[in-house]
Design a protein around this ligand. Structure first.
Ligand SMILES: NC(=O)c1ccc[n+]([C@@H]2O[C@H](COP(=O)([O-])OP(=O)(O)OC[C@H]3O[C@@H](n4cnc5c(N)ncnc54)[C@H](O)[C@@H]3O)[C@@H](O)[C@H]2O)c1
Length: 247
């Protein structure tokens, strides 16, 4: 039970990496608040097969009122917040070159993939400061580290998440709040539905490991970073990408 007695908010808990993370947190003894626009109830039902301490919260990570409400719901139910997993996100359509990218699509990506994590940290950190303890794990991407194509707004948002995570880690290091980012490579989740099958096959073949990653392989690292085993690790961006980012 690596998270026994801990209270965690996990965004994106209705699908993919966020769902796997919420399930792992639950199995390791945490009380889990599953925050998503959809799918969060199903994840809670699954956690409750082994751990009664889980609630669903339906909300939008781009909305500061929803963040206030999820913090209140978490404190009302579980009394405190120890861990924030900022995992929810979207990809751009993956077929727009820079010159075809609309302002609307740019704003949508930055709003969800960058501002969502900012709002989460801004709302949760005051709770962590009260007890001088906390763990935050933000999800960046391979696209923050290597040149890909047709992902200009997504890469900008995820590069921002990586930079913001380092910055916030430094601000709160003396307050015993550890902030890390995790950069997945190509992971087999519903988000890949934005790609054509040919694109997904090409991504798989381009990965040095020769396959797509599994969401649980990302959740394993998030769990470690959320646990007390990682108390001296902060301000880092960790790749889980089958080697792509090392080429
Ligand atoms: N799967 C990959 O290959 C990959 C690679 C790099 C980074 N990532 C990142 O990992 C994270 C999780 O992605 P995934 O692959 O599990 O995708 P997914 O589509 O399976 O899950 C994303 C979840 O985020 C939720 N979400 C989206 N917008 C939201 C909003 N505004 N408010 C609340 N919830 C919202 C969705 O409802 C969904 O349940 C994302 O940040 C994504 O950018 C994924």
């Amino acid at each position: 039970m690596r998270l026994s007695g801990k209270v965690a908010i996990v965004t994106g808990a209705g699908s993919g990496i966020g769902k796997e993370t919420a399930l792992r947190f639950g199995k390791e003894g945490a009380s889990v608040v599953c925050y998503d626009l959809k799918g969060q109830e199903e994840t809670v039902t699954e956690i409750k097969k082994t751990n009664e301490q889980a609630i669903a919260f339906r909300g939008d990570i781009t909305n500061s009122s929803d963040w206030e409400n999820v913090v209140k719901a978490t404190k009302d139910q579980f009394g405190t917040i120890d861990i924030l997993g900022n995992i929810a996100g979207v990809t751009s359509r993956g077929s727009d070159k820079l010159i075809d990218q609309t302002e609307e699509e740019w704003d949508r990506m930055i709003n969800i993939d960058l501002k969502g994590a900012f709002l989460g940290m801004r709302t949760v950190i005051p709770e962590m400061l009260k007890k001088k303890k906390g763990k935050i794990i933000n999800i960046a991407s391979l696209a923050a580290h290597v040149g890909l194509t047709n992902l200009v707004s997504y890469s900008a948002a995820k590069g921002g998440v990586a930079a913001m995570s380092r910055q916030v880690a430094m601000e709160y290091a003396r307050d015993n709040i550890q902030v890390n980012a995790v950069s997945p490579g190509i992971i087999d989740t519903p988000i890949l539905g934005n790609n054509t099958p040919e694109m997904t096959k090409a991504f798989s073949e381009a990965t040095p490991a020769g396959r797509l990653g599994k969401p649980e392989e990302v959740a394993n690292l998030i769990l470690f970073l959320a646990s007390e085993e990682a108390d001296f690790i902060t301000g880092q961006v960790w790749k889980v990408d089958g080697g792509w980012g090392s080429q």
